[in-house]
Design a protein around this ligand. Structure first.
Ligand SMILES: Nc1ncnc2c1ncn2[C@@H]1O[C@H](COP(=O)(O)OP(=O)(O)O)[C@@H](O)[C@H]1O
Ligand SMILES: Cc1ncc(COP(=O)(O)O)c(N)n1
Length: 271
């Protein structure tokens, strides 16, 4: 029988299905990876607003993580929305026990419509407790500005911010350029080298879930055995296709679309 690769998302639930846990599971599935989920918060949201957040208790977060890891140990973990200091601490303490190999952290702070998804007082815990857990951290430009404590207005600034964030103790950094003007250029830094990943900007308002899609595609590729730089490049190609096929659903920012044909593979890597 073929080996089944497994990925876990630790994130918030988006009832409208475009971001969070729901986007992550769809992405894992499109990659042929078995998906599991630990829910950190239930978010009442849709394509244009967030109307409520209910945080899951730290005890229930611990139990969910334990029940996953002691039974079906994931090959990669993606972390998304962690709203509070207590949520961050619970996830960090549990992951220290279970020691997953590949941890992709999307430091979610706002929804596409600007609604906050992380408490303002949690930034220090994010930096001190969460970022050091990451094999890769994937902030967008506003998140990288908050974490690195600087303004970002060009590719040079993205590189400086990536170095600053790398010094906080993660292994690699990908700053996403979705919020910039012009081409969609992401900057990847592995502690030694910079790589620029550029695609032309797709003219669409349907970008709900782009960051979730990208980070869970990277986690899928790591679970499938790709080295980090390849995992990032293939995931960028996947998210570009998922945006190109985004669904014009809802009244706000429609969701990215997921299906197996969007997944590209690199020659020479078995999966
Ligand atoms: N309109 C677009 N056209 C092409 N790529 C995009 C577009 N918007 C975002 N992206 C890409 O989608 C990914 C997610 O980026 P971004 O939207 O900045 O993240 P987030 O969802 O966390 O705000 C990045 O690879 C970015 O370059
Ligand atoms: C539960 C949840 N998690 C994350 C996001 C941000 O999604 P994205 O930045 O990918 O649009 C969201 N809107 N809801």
């Amino acid at each position: 029988m073929e080996m089944t690769q497994k990925a876990l998302t630790i994130a918030g639930s988006d009832c409208s299905g475009g971001a969070g846990i729901q986007a992550d599971l769809k992405t894992f599935s499109a990659h042929g990876v078995y998906g599991m989920s630990v829910i950190t918060a239930i978010v009442a949201e849709n394509t244009y607003r967030v109307s409520g957040i209910m945080d899951v208790s730290p005890d229930m977060i611990d139990k969910q993580i334990r029940d996953v890891f002691e039974d079906i140990y994931p090959d990669a973990v993606k972390i998304g929305m962690l709203n509070t200091i207590e949520t961050m601490t619970a996830v960090a303490e549990s992951l220290k026990i279970w020691q997953p190999q590949n941890v992709v952290i999307d430091p979610v702070m706002y929804a596409k419509n600007g609604s906050p998804l992380m408490s303002l007082d949690a930034i220090e815990t994010l930096i001190k407790v969460v970022v050091p857990l990451a094999t890769l951290v994937t902030p967008n430009i506003p998140e990288a500005e908050e974490i690195a404590g600087m303004m970002i207005s060009n590719i040079g600034d993205m590189k400086v911010a990536a170095m600053n964030i790398h010094e906080m103790g993660c292994q690699a950094v990908l700053i996403k350029g979705g919020h910039a003007k012009g081409d969609a250029t992401d900057v990847f830094y592995d502690g030694h080298k910079f790589y620029q990943l550029t695609t032309s900007r797709i003219q669409t308002k349907n970008t709900h879930g782009t960051g979730c899609t990208l980070s869970s595609a990277i986690a899928s590729n790591l679970a499938l055995g790709y080295p980090m730089a390849d995992a990032v490049k293939l995931a960028k190609a996947y998210v570009t296709q998922a945006i190109a096929h985004a669904l014009p659903l809802g009244q706000g920012n429609g969701p990215t679309h997921h299906f197996h044909d969007l997944v590209q593979k690199k020659k020479g890597v078995s999966s």
